[in-house]
Design a protein around this ligand. Structure first.
Ligand code: GDG
Length: 452
C-alpha cells in the first residue's frame, strides 16, 4: 500500500535543529504508517521556508511532504472563513457564530481544488494507492479526486460532530459539500450518532440510496463508519508513571494549597464550555461555603484561532467571569480560580492530570475530546465529570455525566465528585481506563486503513 495523507497542515515545522515533526494526535497516528511504507503528506504549510515538495527526513527520507501554498486571502477565506466560521460552529450546533459569507465558500472551493490537484500529481492511480483525507477543511477534494480517478481508494475522517440533518441543511451549500464527501469509499466518524446524521443528510438532501451505513449516489458507493479515535496510550502511561511526574504533581498540589483540586484543560474555544463551567463553579461556591478555602479550580485555556472576533470575545468573557469569582470569593492566600491563558508541555499537563481530584470536561459539543482520555490514563483516583454532548460520553459511561448547559447540574456534580467515596472513584476509573486502552490511536489508524 502507498498512502497519501491529506490534512489541513503539513506535519513538519522548522526547529532549531532544522525540520522536525510537529507534535499532535494526527501526526502521532499517521506518521508511523507513512514512515513504514512511504508515501506523501499533502497540506498547507504556513512557513515560507518550506519548499513545495520536500523529502523527510532530509538525510534518510521515508516520505514526501507536499505543500499547497496559500496566499493570505486564500487562508482567510478557506481556513478562517469557511472552516472556522462556518463548518466549525455549524457542526457544534452553535449557529449564533455562523458567518455565511459567499467569499468563504468561493475560496474554499478553489483551495480544495488545489489540494486535489496536488494529490493527483503525487499519485499515479496505481492499484495499491490509498488516499486518506482528514477533517472538515477538505469536503470537496474527494469529489475532485474521484472525478479524475474513478478507481482510486479514498477515505475521509471527520474529527468533529456531524450535526443533525436539520442543522446541516442550514448551509446554503449543504448539497454540494455532501456530493464532494460522497467521492469517498469510506468516511469515518467518532461515534454512531454522527454516522446516522451523515447518512440521513445524504438520503434526505441528495435523495441518495441508503442501505444501513452504505450510501449509493451517482453510481458510487460510500460507507460511513464509527472509528473512535484514541491517544498514544503506552507513551502516556509511561509518562504518567515516571517518578518525576509524581514530584511535579506534588509540587503543583503544594502551590495550589488546597485539599481539593479541580482542573480544566482546553483550547480557548467557545465550543469547550469554559465560560459555563466557570459560572457553575461560581454557583458551587455560592451554595457550598464550607468549601471556601478548600478547593482550587485550575483552568488552562490554550490560545487558539486568536485572529477571529468570536475567539477574542470568548476570551474576554472568560477573563471577566474568572475576575469576578476571584474578586468575590478570594480570601487570605486562597484564590478560587487559577486561570492560565497559555500553552504547557505535555509533560506538565500530565502532572496536572495526575494531581487533580476531578477534571471538569464540559464542552457544549465535541467530536470526541481526547483530553478526557489523557486524564483517565494519567489519573490515579480522580473523578471525570464529562459533558454528555461529547463523542467521548458514548464510550465512557463510568464518567459522571452532565449536561453542560445545566449550571445547577454542573455545580452539583462538582460536589458529588469531591465527596465521592474512594472505592467508587477507583471502580469508575478502572472501567474508564479499560476503554481508553482499547481506543489507542495506533489501533484507530490501523483499523480505519484496514476498513478502507
Ligand atoms: C478535534 C476535535 C477530537 C491542549 N492544550 C495544550 C495541549 N493540548 C492538547 C490536549 C489534547 C489536544 O490538545 C486537544 O484535543 P481535543 O480532542 O480536546 O480537542 P480539539 O483540538 O478540538 O480536536 C475533538 C480531536 O479533534 C481528535 O479527533 O477529539 O473533538 O474537536 O491532546 O492535550 N497540548 C500541549 N500544551 C497545551 O497547552 N502540549
Amino acid at each position: 500500500m502507498s498512502l497519501t495523507v491529506v490534512a489541513n497542515r503539513v506535519p513538519i515545522r522548522q526547529t532549531d535543529d532544522g525540520w522536525g515533526i510537529s507534535v499532535g494526535g494526527l501526526t502521532t497516528a499517521l506518521l508511523p504508517v507513512l514512515e513504514e511504507q512511504g508515501g506523501t503528506w499533502v497540506g498547507m504549510g504556513e512557513e515560507p521556508e518550506l519548499s513545495e515538495r520536500q523529502e523527510y527526513p532530509a538525510d534518510d527520507p521515508n516520505f514526501v511532504v507536499r505543500r499547497v501554498p496559500l496566499s493570505t486571502e486564500e487562508l482567510d477565506g478557506y481556513y478562517y472563513g469557511m472552516a472556522n466560521q462556518i463548518l466549525w460552529p455549524l457542526s457544534h450546533y452553535l449557529i449564533q457564530h455562523l458567518e455565511l459569507n459567499r467569499d468563504f465558500i468561493d475560496t474554499y472551493r478553489s483551495v480544495n481544488e488545489r489540494f486535489a490537484e496536488a494529490v493527483l500529481e503525487e499519485t499515479d492511480g496505481g492499484g495499491d494507492e490509498v488516499i486518506w483525507i482528514q477533517d472538515y477543511h477538505q469536503m470537496l477534494s474527494p469529489g475532485h479526486i474521484r472525478a479524475e480517478r474513478p478507481e482510486a481508494t479514498i477515505g475521509h475522517f471527520w474529527h468533529i460532530p456531524w450535526p443533525a440533518m436539520e442543522v446541516f441543511r442550514i448551509l446554503p451549500w449543504a448539497r454540494e459539500l455532501l456530493r464532494g464527501m460522497l467521492g469517498c469509499d469510506l468516511i469515518g466518524f467518532h461515534v454512531e450518532e454522527y454516522v446516522d446524521n451523515f447518512v440521513e443528510s445524504a438520503e434526505t438532501l441528495l435523495g441518495a440510496g441508503v442501505d444501513g451505513n452504505v450510501i449509493r449516489y451517482n453510481g458510487h458507493e460510500t460507507r460511513a463508519e464509527a472509528h473512535p479515535i484514541g491517544i498514544e496510550v503506552d507513551r502516556f502511561k509511561e509518562m504518567a508513571h515516571d517518578p518525576s511526574i509524581e514530584e511535579e504533581a506534588q509540587k503543583f498540589r503544594e502551590r495550589m494549597g488546597t485539599d481539593n483540586i479541580v482542573i480544566g484543560i482546553d483550547r480557548l474555544d467557545y465550543t469547550k464550555g469554559i465560560h459555563s463551567r466557570m459560572l457553575a463553579f461560581e454557583k458551587f461556591l455560592e451554595e457550598n461555603p464550607e468549601y471556601h478555602g478548600e478547593v482550587s479550580f485550575f483552568q488552562i485555556a490554550t490560545p487558539s484561532r486568536t485572529e477571529l472576533e468570536s475567539y477574542q470575545k470568548i476570551r474576554r468573557e472568560v477573563d471577566e467571569v474568572v475576575g469576578r469569582i476571584n474578586g468575590r470569593f478570594a480570601r487570605n492566600s486562597w484564590v478560587p480560580v487559577n486561570y492560565r491563558y497559555r500553552t504547557y508541555t505535555q509533560y506538565e499537563l500530565c502532572a496536572f492530570y495526575r494531581a487533580a481530584d476531578a477534571a471538569l470536561i464540559t464542552p457544549l459539543r465535541d467530536g470526541m475530546n481526547v483530553v478526557t482520555q489523557e486524564f483517565i490514563t494519567a489519573s490515579q483516583d480522580g473523578v471525570l465529570i464529562l459533558s454528555e454532548l461529547t463523542g467521548a460520553a458514548y464510550l465512557l459511561p463510568e464518567a459522571l455525566q452532565v449536561n453542560p448547559y445545566d449550571l445547577n447540574g454542573l455545580a452539583e456534580a462538582i460536589k458529588t465528585a469531591l465527596e465521592m467515596p474512594l472505592d467508587e472513584k477507583e471502580e469508575r476509573l478502572e472501567g474508564l481506563k479499560q476503554t481508553v486502552d482499547t481506543l489507542d490511536v495506533h489501533n484507530w489508524a490501523g483499523n480505519f486503513l484496514d476498513a478502507l
